[in-house]
Design a protein around this ligand. Structure first.
Ligand code: SF4
Ligand code: SF4
Ligand SMILES: [Zn+2]
Length: 276
């Protein structure tokens, strides 16, 4: 297996994994979406709410605000010694005290722990008219996307098969496929068409080039052939800001490794029992 990054910054990663099956690619995608823990608001104590939103809707909106998550600092409540009581090891606390007229943003949510502040400052929560008030306390806990989407650390996470573009010797460089390609992947010159250097990954597999070639009257088979490499995948992963995208990738891979190790242990136990 090989992995090559074409982009890796705080929020976005684009990389190619080679030498794996579709099942592995999908397992990896699902692990990044569903198995990487993050903080999200779970409990809200509302002291005053004279806004146009019901308490439940307000709590729901608060739950969807991405929160910066340091997993070395926060444990899931199920692993904490406080037995569901809520303590600084498993719970981040926030207060919100606002009065209209005002648009309330995520930056109005004041965290007790600055390291667990909202990942974005400008997420709108509610519009308050004159004399409308919201006063509340909120508690965030660690969870995973498989429990609820509010605990997903990714905003986008997908893959596609690596495109393969083959141009055969019948190509006369007429350029019809070049004009048709919506991603500007192709260029013509010296009587042939070719892939623009570094642009192959941008091919969306739409096959408009094949159709254009056929429309030019070349016969039953186009001179350009679009296919996919079944063992090579291009991933694009975006973090919601709760943690660097690199950490999401690493934690998803650790989850897969842990699950495989657990399965091996179980198999060894079963085999051990069977031979005793
Ligand atoms: S399949 Fe679509 S995107 Fe890819 S080269 Fe052909 S026209 Fe362009
Ligand atoms: S349309 Fe067909 S023949 Fe014309 S340049 Fe493209 S591949 Fe070659
Ligand atoms: Zn606790």
């Amino acid at each position: 297996m090989e992995i090559a990054f074409s982009r890796l910054d705080e929020r976005v990663a684009k990389f190619t994994i080679s030498g794996v099956s579709t099942s592995f690619a999908n397992m990896f995608r699902r692990a990044m979406i569903s198995e990487v823990p993050t903080l999200a608001i779970e409990d809200v104590r509302i002291y005053d709410n004279t806004s146009v939103l019901f308490d439940e809707m307000l709590a729901h909106r608060l739950g969807l605000i991405p929160l910066r998550t340091d997993l070395k600092r926060y444990k899931p409540r199920s692993e904490c010694t406080c037995e569901d009581a809520g303590c600084p090891v498993c719970t981040a606390t926030y207060t919100l005290s606002v009065e209209g007229p005002k648009t309330v943003y995520s930056s109005d949510l004041i965290p007790q722990d600055p390291d667990a502040a909202p990942a974005e400052e400008n997420v709108p929560i509610i519009e308050l008219a004159t004399e409308q008030k919201v006063v509340l306390e909120a508690q965030a806990i660690v969870g995973t996307g498989k429990e609820h989407a509010k605990w997903q650390a990714t905003t986008a996470c997908g893959y596609k098969n690596y495109p393969e573009i083959v141009i055969d010797e019948r190509c006369d460089g007429c350029g019809m496929c070049v004009d048709e390609c919506p991603r500007d992947v192709l260029e013509s010159g010296q009587g042939r068409v070719r892939v623009v250097e570094g642009k192959q990954e941008l091919c969306s597999l739409c096959r408009l080039c094949e159709r254009a070639c056929l429309a030019g009257g070349i016969g039953n088979e186009p001179a350009i052939h679009i296919d996919t490499d079944e063992t090579r995948f291009i991933f694009v992963v975006e973090s919601d800001g709760s943690m660097p995208v690199r950490e999401i990738i690493e934690r998803a891979l650790q989850y897969i490794q842990r699950s495989s190790d657990d399965l091996v242990d179980v198999m060894n136990d079963i085999t051990g029992e069977g031979t005793e």
